[in-house]
Design a protein around this ligand. Structure first.
Ligand code: ZN
Length: 337
């Protein structure tokens, strides 16, 4: 009998050690491991972050994970894509054209809450901030009634100055978003193959570095997830809205303590997945049934890729698939419609 008791005691001790061990291991788990998520949006930059001249970007993300083939929504404009990035819902559901976003938030968010709203519901005391150049984001995407610090100010230097001031004042937001606009302006004015566009990208690169260093100096990166992205790219001759590769592939770059070093994510990565990545890192569940963002694989060390719940959005599944084929066939019908 004593032997059995001794054996049971030993087993109990072993189990305790195992459980304690795994509990310690949870500190390495990504879900809820971050106190802050910072999303830096460079409007119109597409996949041009890849260029060697983006030295600040590469400095920050050399030890992070970068996807240069992240798919935009099927309309490659700012309204549709910033809305999907900040809701996790497809353009087919929210229908937020530029005009809708810059006009009113009634149509979109009565139905599809932004991740600001989802985080606010889960953590009512959390600070939230959206400091943007394109003010439409703060009109039509970020809800006004949930206490988000909303600042709309340009040009980009002024946006960055407002951001630096905000963080140097000691703010510590759970979720932060910014959108810088001047790369898009250079794309429209001169095309993505122009020297002007390259100059604007280099300036955006410096601004990314300034924001990153400011966060680091304020101690916010230790438990912070730092994300850089773009809503769409630009044709060589300028402009966007269609389905060419330059317009409809973009970038998601992620740096943080549980991010795979030198990773590149799995396939089927969409810009709207930033919504899933952000909520997951903060330990918040999405609440909208139409949410079709997912955490990609080979992004976080401890998370294998989630399946995209396409059954929630069959239109996106079918039309997104057709557009993917169309893009990769070389968009043969662009001349005709
Ligand atoms: Zn544009």
């Amino acid at each position: 009998m004593k032997k059995i008791i001794a054996l049971l005691l030993t087993l109990t001790m072993l189990m305790t050690v195992c459980v304690t061990g795994s509990a310690d291991g949870q500190n390495e788990n990504t879900y809820g491991a971050y106190k802050h998520v910072f999303i830096i949006g460079i409007d119109g930059a597409g996949t041009f972050f890849e260029k060697d001249y983006m030295t600040e970007f590469h400095r920050i993300f050399d030890n992070g994970t970068v996807k240069y083939g992240a798919r935009t929504e099927t309309k490659t404009d700012s309204g549709p894509n910033w809305t999907s990035i900040l809701t996790g819902v497809s353009y087919f559901k929210h229908g937020a054209e530029n005009g809708v976003v810059s006009g009113t938030q009634e149509r979109v968010f009565k139905k599809y809450p932004s991740i600001f709203s989802v985080v606010h519901d889960a953590m009512p005391d959390a600070e939230l901030a959206s400091i943007v150049n394109w003010g439409a984001v703060n009109i039509g995407i970020v809800e006004d009634e949930i206490g988000v610090t909303e600042i709309s100010i340009g040009p980009d230097d002024a946006t960055v100055e407002a951001i630096v001031n905000y963080f140097n004042e000691g703010h510590s937001p759970a979720l932060f978003f910014t959108q810088l606009d001047e790369v898009d302006a250079a794309g429209h004015g001169f095309g993505s193959s122009s020297a002007e566009y390259e100059k604007a990208m280099k300036e955006a690169d410096e601004r990314i570095g300034i924001i990153y260093d400011c966060l680091e100096e304020n101690g916010l990166l230790e438990d912070g997830l730092f994300i850089v992205t773009a809503d769409h790219g630009h044709k060589e001759t300028g402009g966007h809205g269609r389905f060419s590769k330059l317009e409809s592939y973009s970038t998601i770059a992620v740096a943080g303590k549980t991010v795979v070093s030198g990773g590149s994510m799995d396939n089927d990565v969409k810009l709207r997945d930033i919504a899933a990545i952000s909520l997951y890192a903060l330990g918040v569940e999405p609440t909208e049934w139409s949410f079709t963002a997912r955490v990609p694989g080979n992004l976080f060390k401890d998370v294998s890729g989630q399946a995209r719940p396409y059954y929630r959005d069959i239109t996106d599944f079918i039309c997104g698939g057709i557009m993917w084929i169309y893009t990769n066939l070389g968009h043969p019908l662009d001349e005709f419609f």
